[in-house]
Design a protein around this ligand. Structure first.
Ligand SMILES: Nc1ncnc2c1ncn2[C@@H]1O[C@H](COP(=O)(O)OP(=O)(O)OP(=O)(O)O)[C@@H](O)[C@H]1O
Length: 672
C-alpha cells in the first residue's frame, strides 16, 4: 500500500533528521560553552562603555535560544517517530488535473527548511480540509486567499510505535465509528489530545482567530476543555512572534484539574502554559491585608451543612452587580473621610493646604485614592529637585513619604471595608490585628475589588491570552475583577448546567456588560464523554432536554439504597473493576468532604489500593479515587459511584448531576 511505503520512508527520514539535529545540538552546546569561557576570560578587558559586554551577552543569548528551539523541534520529531501522521487528504485544486496529497500529523516535517513539507501540521491552513469536509468540493483559506478545489479521497490512520495499526479510506466525515472506538477505550489520568478526531464544530472554534473574546457554552462532555487547549495550540502555531506559552494563563478550578490538563500541549509539541486558580491569585493579592482566607470549597461545605437562607442571600449579594454599585457609591464619598489634608513644608518648598486640596481633588483625581498621596509626594520631590538642582537621598524621600501618608486617616483596606459593611448595615468583620484576621469566602472578592479601586489593580499585561474554564463558577464581581486585570483576548468556557448552586448561573447573560462588545458566544451541544445510558440519566437530574449524543451504549445506570455506609462501601468494592485487565480509573464521589474522608477510611481498612483527593491534592492516579463532587469537576473516570443521600435537595441534585456526567462507561448511584 502506498501509505505503508510512505510510512517507512518517513520513519527513515525522521530518524535521519533526529540524528542530524543531535549533532547540531551538541555542536551548539560546545559553542555556548566556549562563548562562556571566552566571556569569563575576557570580560575584565572589554570596553569601559559595556558595548562589547552587551554584544557578547546578546550573542550568547541568541545561541542558547537557537539551541532551545532545536531541542523543542527534536522533541516534536521524536513524538512523530511514534506516530508521524494520522490523516491524509488528496485535494485537486481547481484547474489542475491531478490531486496533491497532504499527510497530516502533529507537526510539519520537511527534509530541509524551506522544502515542501512531507507532513503538514494539523494546524496548517490546508489541514482544515481534513476536519471540515468529506469527499467533494472544498476550499481552505491560505495566507494568499481562498483556494478552491475538490477532495478526491480522504484517509485515516492509526500508527503506534512507528507501525500502522489501521488505515482506511473514509468517505464520510471523520467517522463516528472511530470516535466511538476512541471513547470506548479506558480513560486516562490525563486528558487526551483529540487531533485525530476533531469534529467540524469543534474545529471552527479551534481555528477562530477573529473574535477577541470567545465564550463557549457546552454540554457536559462536549469537549470544551479539549477544544480550548487545542485552540491555544492553534494560536501559538499561527502567532509565534507575539504569543508564547508563558504568556498564556488558564484559570482552572484547582491543582488536580491543572495537572489533568497539563499534558495536552506538550503532547502536541508545545510548551506548557501557566495555570492557576483565581482563589490562589486573590489570596496572594490580599496577603498584605489578611494572612488567610476561606476558599470556594469552604463555602460549598457551609451550604451543604445547611447555611441560613439570609446568610446565603448576603453572600450572593456580595458577589453581585448591586454590591459593586453600592461600593462605587461608598467610594465616591470615601475621599472626604479618608484624608485630612494639611500644608507641607520641606526646606524652603511649601505646599499650602489649599494647594494640597487642589492637587488631591483635581490634578491627581484620576489616581486611585490610596495611591494618590504617593503620586503627590513624587510630584513634590520632582519640584524640589528641579528647583534646587539636587537629588534627594532615599532616606529623605522615605521621610517625605511618611509625612504625606500621615494625612490618610487609615490605609488599611480591611478597616475601610468594615466602614462599607457598616454603611450597608451588614455584619462587620472582627476588629482584630493583622495576624488574627481571616476572611470568609463571601468577603474575599469584595475586599479585593475595594483594594483595586483604592490602590489600583496591577494589570497583568504580560498575559496575552486568558482561558477561563468552568465559567459558570465565577460571579459578576469576579468577572469585573478579571476585566480590571486583563485586557487580552480570552477563551471562556463552561456549562450553565454544572453550576454548584441550586439555580443555574448563566454568565453569558451578563458577560457582555463587563467584557464589552468584541464578544462571541458559541454553543456546543453534542456530548462525547458518557454512554447514552449515563447521559440520559444525568439529563433527568439536571432538568436538561435531549442533548445530541454520540451513539455509544453501555451498562444501565444502577441505583440502590443501603442502610449503612459500611454496606455501601462493601458493595462499591465488589463493583470496582480497575486493575490490569479492567478499567484504568474509578471514583467514589461524595457530597461533602466529611463523607469522602469516612468512605476513604472505610475502604482503607480493606485495601490500600485507593487514593484520596482534597483541595490540597495536586494530582490523581490510576485505580480507585475517593473525593467530593466539587473536586471532580472537569475530570472523568471509567466508573463513577455517586455516594448520595436518600433525601435530595436542590443543591445535592446538582451535585449528583456533576457526578453522573463524570462517568465514561459505568455509573452507580448508591444512597444511604
Ligand atoms: N473530537 C473528539 N474526539 C475524541 N474525543 C473527544 C472529542 N471531543 C471530546 N472528546 C472526549 O470527550 C471527553 C470530554 O471532553 P472534555 O473534558 O474536553 O469536555 P468538557 O466539555 O470540558 O467536559 P465537562 O464540562 O463535562 O467537564 C474527553 O474524554 C475527550 O477526550
Amino acid at each position: 500500500m502506498e501509505s505503508m511505503n510512505f510510512l517507512d520512508e518517513i520513519i527513515e527520514k525522521l530518524t535521519k533528521k533526529i540524528a542530524q539535529m543531535d549533532e547540531e545540538i551538541t555542536a551548539g552546546q560546545k559553542d555556548i560553552e566556549s562563548m562562556h569561557e571566552y566571556y569569563w576570560e575576557n570580560y575584565t578587558e572589554m570596553d569601559q562603555y559595556g558595548y562589547e559586554d552587551y554584544d557578547n551577552q546578546q550573542a550568547l543569548l541568541q545561541r542558547v535560544n537557537a539551541n532551545q528551539d532545536s531541542l523543542r523541534l527534536k522533541a516534536r520529531y521524536e513524538k512523530m517517530l511514534d506516530s508521524p501522521f494520522f490523516g491524509r487528504v488528496d485535494f485537486c485544486y481547481d484547474g489542475d488535473d491531478e490531486p496533491e496529497v497532504f499527510y497530516i500529523g502533529i507537526g510539519n516535517f520537511a527534509e530541509e527548511a524551506g522544502k515542501v513539507p512531507l507532513i503538514y501540521d494539523w494546524r496548517a491552513p490546508v489541514s482544515g480540509l481534513f476536519y471540515d469536509y468529506d469527499k467533494g468540493p472544498a476550499f481552505y483559506e491560505a495566507p494568499a486567499g481562498k483556494l478552491e478545489g475538490e477532495i478526491t479521497s480522504k484517509w485515516q490512520y492509526k500508527i503506534r510505535r512507528g507501525k500502522l495499526v489501521y488505515g482506511f479510506e473514509s468517505d464520510v466525515k471523520i467517522d463516528d465509528e472511530i470516535l466511538k472506538q476512541e471513547l470506548g477505550t479506558n480513560s486516562d489520568v490525563q486528558l487526551k489530545n483529540i487531533v485525530r478526531t476533531i469534529q467540524k464544530e469543534q474545529n471552527a472554534i479551534i481555528r477562530n482567530t477573529n473574535d477577541k473574546i470567545l465564550v463557549i457554552q457546552g454540554a457536559a462532555g462536549s469537549g470544551k476543555t479539549s477544544v480550548a487547549l487545542h485552540r491555544i495550540a492553534y494560536l501559538l502555531y499561527h502567532d509565534r512572534k507575539h504569543l508564547k506559552s508563558s504568556s498564556i494563563l488558564v484559570l482552572s478550578p484547582n491543582s488536580v484539574f491543572s495537572d489533568y490538563i497539563s499534558h495536552i500541549l506538550p503532547e502536541l509539541g508545545e510548551e506548557n502554559i501557566r495555570e492557576m486558580s483565581l482563589d490562589l491569585f486573590a489570596y496572594r493579592e490580599l496577603k498584605k491585608i489578611v494572612p488567610d482566607c476561606e476558599d470556594r470549597y469552604h463555602q460549598i461545605e457551609h451550604r451543604l451543612a445547611g447555611m441560613d437562607e439570609a446568610d446565603w442571600k448576603r453572600c450572593q449579594w456580595k458577589q453581585s452587580r448591586d454590591c459593586i454599585g453600592a461600593m462605587e457609591g461608598f467610594l465616591a464619598q470615601l475621599e472626604e473621610w479618608l484624608v485630612n489634608l494639611k500644608g507641607v513644608h520641606f526646606r524652603g518648598l511649601e505646599k499650602t493646604e489649599e494647594e494640597m486640596i487642589r492637587l488631591f481633588y483635581f490634578k491627581f483625581q484620576e489616581v486611585p485614592v490610596l495611591a494618590r498621596m504617593g503620586a503627590i509626594m513624587e510630584y513634590f520631590v520632582d519640584e524640589y529637585e528641579t528647583r534646587y538642582s539636587t537629588e534627594l537621598s532615599e532616606e529623605e524621600v522615605e521621610k517625605l513619604r511618611t509625612k504625606f501618608n500621615a494625612m490618610y486617616t487609615t490605609v488599611d483596606v480591611y478597616k475601610i471595608y468594615n466602614w462599607f459593611l457598616e454603611e450597608q448595615g451588614l455584619p462587620l468583620l472582627p476588629d482584630v490585628p493583622y495576624d488574627r484576621r481571616y476572611l470568609s469566602y463571601e468577603d474575599v472578592y469584595p475586599v479585593l475589588y475595594l483594594k483595586y479601586r483604592l490602590e489600583g489593580a496591577g494589570r497583568q499585561d504580560q498575559i496575552r491570552h486568558l482561558v477561563v474554564d468552568e465559567m459558570q463558577d465565577y460571579s459578576y464581581l469576579q468577572y469585573t475583577i478579571l476585566s480590571l486585570l486583563f485586557s487580552c483576548p480570552m477563551t471562556i468556557l463552561g456549562d450553565r448546567a454544572q453550576t454548584m448552586e441550586e439555580e443555574q448561573n448563566d454568565v453569558t447573560q451578563f458577560l457582555p456588560q463587563i467584557l464589552g462588545k468584541h464578544f462571541r458566544k458559541i454553543e456546543m451541544n453534542k456530548s462525547y464523554r458518557n454512554t447514552v445510558e449515563i447521559a440520559r440519566y444525568a439529563e433527568t437530574l439536571g432538568g436538561i432536554k435531549e442533548t445530541d449524543l454520540l451513539d455509544r451504549h453501555g451498562k444501565a445506570v444502577e441505583e440502590a439504597e443501603f442502610s449503612s455506609g459500611e454496606e455501601r462501601t462493601s458493595q462499591i468494592l465488589k463493583q470496582v473493576k480497575t486493575g490490569p485487565d479492567g478499567y484504568e480509573t474509578a471514583a467514589v464521589l461524595t457530597m461533602t468532604e466529611q463523607e469522602a474522608k469516612e468512605i476513604y477510611e472505610n475502604i482503607r481498612e480493606k485495601t490500600d489500593q485507593v487514593h484520596y483527593i482534597d483541595r490540597d491534592s495536586s494530582r490523581f492516579g490510576r485505580g480507585l479515587t475517593v473525593t467530593t463532587f466539587y473536586m471532580a469537576k472537569g475530570l472523568e473516570f471509567d466508573q463513577v459511584f455517586t455516594a448520595a443521600c436518600k433525601e435530595q435537595t436542590g443543591l445535592t441534585r446538582q451535585a449528583e448531576y456533576i457526578c453522573a456526567t463524570r462517568a465514561l462507561h459505568e455509573l452507580y448511584v448508591y444512597r444511604v
